[in-house]
Design a protein around this ligand. Sequence first.
Ligand code: ADP
Length: 620
Amino acid sequence: MFPRVILKGTMIKKSQQKKRTSPSNYKERFFVLDTQDLKYSERRPGKKPMLKGCIELSRIKCVEIVCTDVPIPCSFKYPFQVFHDSHYLYIFAPDNDCRQRWVRALKEETKYNNLVAKYHPNFWMEGKWRCCQQTEKLAAGCHVYDPEGCASKKPLPQLPDPETELQDLGQQWVIALQDYTAIGDDDLSLQKDQEYLLINSSHSDWWSVQDDRGCSGFVPCTYVAEKYGNNFERFEWYNKHINRGGAEDLLMKEGKEGAFMVRDSRHAGVYTVSVFTKAPGSNGEKNPRVKHYQIRQTETGRRAFYLAEKYLFSTIPELIHYHQHNAAGLITRLRHPVSQGIRCSQEAADLSKDQWEIVPEELNLGQELGSGQFGLVLEGRWRETRVAVKMIREECMSDDEFKEEAKVMMKLSHCKLVQLYGVCTQRSPMCLVFEFMENGCLSDYLRERKGRLSQNVMLGMCLDVSEGMSYLENSNFIHRDLAARNCLVSSDNEVKVSDFGMTRFVLDDQYTSSHGSKFPVKWSAPEVIKYSKFSSKSDVWSFGVLMWEVYNEGRLPYENRSNSEVVESLNKGLRLLKPRFAQDSVYVLMEWCWKEKPEDRPSFALLLHELASISDLTTS
Ligand code: ADP
């Protein structure tokens, strides 16, 4: 079948500067996008067109406009980027409409690819990213990539008329709650936590603001919070006229883990966050229930707001935004805003219409393989493939959330990750279907082969895991519970990373709260224990502990010590000792993973590189 042409036209291409030293240049090229490739050729009068480049669409990881403040050194002024393999192609369109057409079409054709989770909105220039100042060209992006093309999940309404009359607001400042990338000439990009001068707030959806370089434009008003103010009417989580009972009724009716709202408290000028949870309480509280937290203010110094633990914010929307991403002392993170009138549950993922749904008739269940956090794990067969099936006990998992996330997790695909094939939601209990791993979990595997594993095999295991983790890091996906028990071993003794991201759906607070008895303190980085601050760098810490487990043939780290003793010795700067079988060069890497500050730890890409060099040295 021949590919179908989607778009074609002349644009300017900037050289890809594959070498650091090559000068950049701008050349006019004739671009053709078809259902298979993006091709560009040189067309000169009287000569046959010459194909200069061809990018298979399946290799593309991100397509987005470039928002920049630098002068564009060619006659076409509307840049966009195509990130493929490990190269950034910058293309310049003659006008904004043309650029939007290309970006939209390319996004449509690549939306099922293995895409980046974050991208760089500005140019790579003179050895650094202009958006985030990172100096590594392949450094993870700093801005969430939306393959559907819109900065927020909720489509934003039409921009207002730029000529709208100005109001006199005096000097009023707003703070950006999240990044926003401008999509046209009338709006302005926002950078999270930056302050902007408010120029006009008369429109219900778009406010006009000015940044510190004097550029002004519209921004979605839900992306900013007034620095000194309490006008929350525009946030979907705010319910002004609702009391405690009303809030409980509404949230119980919603019935979703983390459903929440902010309401006026009985005391004037005070606000309360009410949140629904199914998590079992420690004092025999009824279940499910609604918990109420009063938003408190600091009494001395600069005015600041806080909730359960003392994370301070200068505005209430900032505080809510933070807790939408971090439980940090709350019973659960604030997941679904609920307001009177609008119910949010309609948005719940309906996976049954999705290609990821596994129909029960195609799934045959066999013997038990083990049991874990979510329930039993059975061996099974799905479409002639041997699979492992996790049967999810209802009270163990926040399943609405999971179904939504499963779509992301199924897109993650790498030979060193245990593949999630699909989810069977039509059966009760719901089950997750995974690639089958004949040799079970890594910690058992190590213990069973004690005394029989060579250093090369151990190094190979660490390399496997670092490869899988490097892929997750690149995809901006945080594992959150990396340990030998969460890796599995295939029939040919290859180690693969499993259970990535799954802790977010566990409903047992003994497991999810850093003070809980089941929390994996011995694998957790200090910033995770102290502030629940997860990142790829906190995964790196856990990877160091996993290496230690491998080189100690599956021994438990800090075997005879309690969690609090471990925390105390980490605080004193003490670390796990060098395993007997680890070469010095391997222990150096472990110690590097256990640097106190996340930024001092290596990335997985670097660890992979270092481990590969040790492996080359020992095998050659
Ligand atoms: P959970 O994620 O619910 O905590 P685990 O991943 O710990 O469950 O699985 C429990 C046990 O089931 C593992 O120790 C392992 O023996 C077995 N198991 C899990 N996943 C697989 C798989 N993909 N292939 C083979 N066995 C598996």
